[in-house]
Write a protein that binds this ligand. Structure first.
Ligand SMILES: Nc1ncnc2c1ncn2[C@@H]1O[C@H](COP(=O)(O)OP(=O)(O)OP(=O)(O)O)[C@@H](O)[C@H]1O
Ligand SMILES: [Mg+2]
Length: 233
């Protein structure tokens, strides 16, 4: 059997005016079911672009993404959207919380739009408790600290018990304490629910939290020894 998530020779170039900006130049790898993989690489190496493709949020110029046996390219937009809502929890680099809703609604909205029909109130409360959000549920994003907003975004991603969690720099702007809370929650959710997790990070310590590290550079996956940040000195 193939991997649970397969990226096959992904290419993506952005066009800015008349200039082509290549972001991914042939990226391939597989992630096994239940694996917690981290992706590291310098700014601009294509990590967020990869995140959007793996999540079915944008289409590749060429190459394929296969998740749990479904090839995104062969799905209609409606099917792809359904699959995304049912199967994937997203944590975005910039939280993407809805400014007019309080924390409780920002988290609950994931349950409402998933169509999973499995709104587990006890799980909701447990996630909020584990992330230290119980006393902040009536606050809007503008009334929350950056760390709290990121924890709300993580609660939203996990509350549906998705099979796959995709997180883009979930500890990016957080202090050590908040980072640890986020990483521990991701790991716990991964272990308890057998979730497949792919987490992008700049931080080597955060990267080591996973089972395996994928190194990116200039739109390619490279070997660790080709990554200067990681090469032995
Ligand atoms: N919407 C866009 N339009 C044009 N170019 C883009 C767009 N998004 C990304 N790029 C370019 O594509 C390349 C890869 O960007 P990407 O955001 O995937 O990098 P990244 O590894 O996530 O960087 P960072 O660590 O800073 O978040 C960069 O050269 C970037 O300038
Ligand atoms: Mg990025």
């Amino acid at each position: 059997m193939g991997a649970f998530i397969e990226a096959i020779d992904l290419h993506k170039t952005y066009r800015v005016g008349k200039i082509d900006v290549p972001a991914l130049r042939g990226v391939s790898f597989g992630v096994q079911k239940g694996e917690f993989v981290t992706v590291v690489g310098p700014s601009g190496s294509g990590k967020s672009t990869l995140f959007y493709l793996l999540g079915g949020l944008t289409r590749a110029d060429s190459g394929r993404v296969i998740m749990d046996g479904d090839d995104f390219a062969t799905l209609s937009d409606a099917q792809r959207t359904r699959m995304r809502k049912r199967k994937i929890g997203f944590v975005f680099q910039k939280f993407n919380l809805l400014p007019t809703l309080d924390a409780r609604s920002n988290i609950a909205i994931a349950q409402e739009i998933s169509g999973n029909g499995d709104r587990d109130p006890a799980f909701f409360l447990r996630i909020c408790d584990l992330l230290g959000l119980t006393k902040r549920l009536n606050h809007r994003p503008s009334e929350l600290s950056g760390g709290e907003q990121q924890r709300v975004a993580l609660a939203r991603a996990l509350v549906n018990k998705p099979a796959v969690v995709l997180a883009d720099e979930p500890t990016g702007n957080l202090d050590t304490e908040n980072s640890n809370a986020v990483l521990k929650m991701l790991r716990q959710s991964n272990q308890e629910l057998g979730q497949t997790v792919l987490m992008i990070t700049h931080n080597p310590e955060a990267a080591r939290f996973g089972d395996r590290i994928i190194h990116m550079r200039d739109g390619h996956v490279v070997q660790p020894e080709e990554d200067p940040q990681w090469a032995p000195h």
